[in-house]
Design a binder for this molecule. Structure first.
Ligand SMILES: Cc1cc2nc3c(=O)[nH]c(=O)nc-3n(C[C@H](O)[C@H](O)[C@H](O)COP(=O)(O)OP(=O)(O)OC[C@H]3O[C@@H](n4cnc5c(N)ncnc54)[C@H](O)[C@@H]3O)c2cc1C
Length: 288
């Protein structure tokens, strides 16, 4: 399958890319191309111009700033998975990256492209929401920071404006007495999440002191399971308290998406099971 014809630009600076996106009618950014190009070949997306970000320096790489990791938008999934910083300071994110797609996808796809695409079946949006990450976007008027909780507005609808680019994501490190885990029921053909559940917890002396649970693949955006989180905080961590909290995730999942592969009802059931497993492993990670 062929794409429709398009103009191609390859700027070398962020300022030039932003300028092109603001002045060329209908221009779209191109990062790894692993979501945009398939959509163009299917003619679901037909941008008249692409602005290739791959030559822009300074948009990839991973560094630690205080209690956060800063990950550049052009950082490939494979680099996130292989990073000793991410493995040490936020292992849930390294594990997530290691299970995206296949080696070809991980060696081309970027964290910024995945975030900006806002696909409900993608892995990073769910995990970044559970982590309480912040997305940095840059446009003509400078940078702004958008919490992951607010960034995923709807299916394939991110909060950044046309002409703005995702430039980095700031991810809180997992500290002492904290733990995280992501479980997905992967589609066997693509590895996309039919359902994915991310849990990030804190515990002290065997009692849960904080919990963030995000569920992907069932609604248009990652959904926080707030009733389940509230049920856990203050409880002694046990199989029973985890099962009780997990039984509350369905409350967050109105109008579940369904397709020929998995009905909405089945996805909600999976979310309950995966929440229980993710919480159990997140508490082990937290040293409980
Ligand atoms: C076979 C296959 C299997 C896959 N399996 C999985 C999986 O298991 N889990 C998963 O999460 N994903 C999966 N993916 C998707 C993959 O992770 C993509 O790499 C990712 O969704 C998009 O990143 P990209 O860099 O390729 O972005 P692109 O395809 O280049 O762009 C995606 C969208 O984001 C926009 N964009 C790109 N970069 C920016 C930026 N910096 N700022 C603003 N907008 C931007 C583009 O204009 C476009 O709209 C799979 C893809 C394929 C082809």
């Amino acid at each position: 399958m062929q794409t429709a014809p398009f103009d191609y630009y390859r700027p070398e600076t962020l300022a030039d890319a932003i300028d092109l996106l603001s002045t060329v009618d209908g221009a779209r950014p191109l990062a790894g191309g692993h979501s945009l190009l398939p959509a163009m070949k299917l003619r679901v997306a037909n941008p008249p111009a692409l602005v290739d970000l791959s030559r822009i320096e300074g948009l990839d790489g991973i560094s630690r700033n205080g209690d956060s990791l800063s990950i550049g938008a052009l950082t490939k999934h494979a680099a996130v998975a292989a990073s000793e910083l991410v493995q040490g300071d936020c292992s849930i994110l390294a594990d997530t990256a290691a299970h995206i797609g296949d080696p070809a996808v991980r060696n081309r796809g970027t964290i910024g492209g995945s975030i900006a695409h806002a696909d409900p079946a993608a892995d990073y949006p769910t995990v970044l929401t559970a982590l309480g990450a912040t997305i940095t976007v840059t446009g003509k008027s400078g940078d702004r920071s958008i919490p992951a909780d607010d960034y995923f507005v709807d299916m394939f609808t991110p909060a950044h404006a046309d002409g703005e680019l995702v430039t980095s994501v700031e991810v809180p490190v997992i500290g002492d007495e904290q733990g995280g885990d992501y479980k997905k029921h992967r589609h066997p053909a693509s590895s996309y999440a039919v359902v994915g559940v991310a849990a990030v917890v804190s515990a002290s002396d065997g009692t849960c002191t904080a919990a963030r649970i995000a569920i992907g693949g069932i609604t248009g955006t990652p959904e926080r399971a707030e009733a389940a989180e509230a049920a856990l905080v203050g409880q002694v961590v046990s199989a029973e308290s985890i099962a009780e909290a997990s039984s509350k995730v369905a409350a967050a999942l109105d109008n579940p998406l369904g397709d020929v592969y998995a009905s909405g009802e089945y996805r909600v059931h999976l979310a309950t099971v995966l929440t229980r497993r993710a919480l159990a492993d997140a508490f082990i990670d937290a040293g409980v």
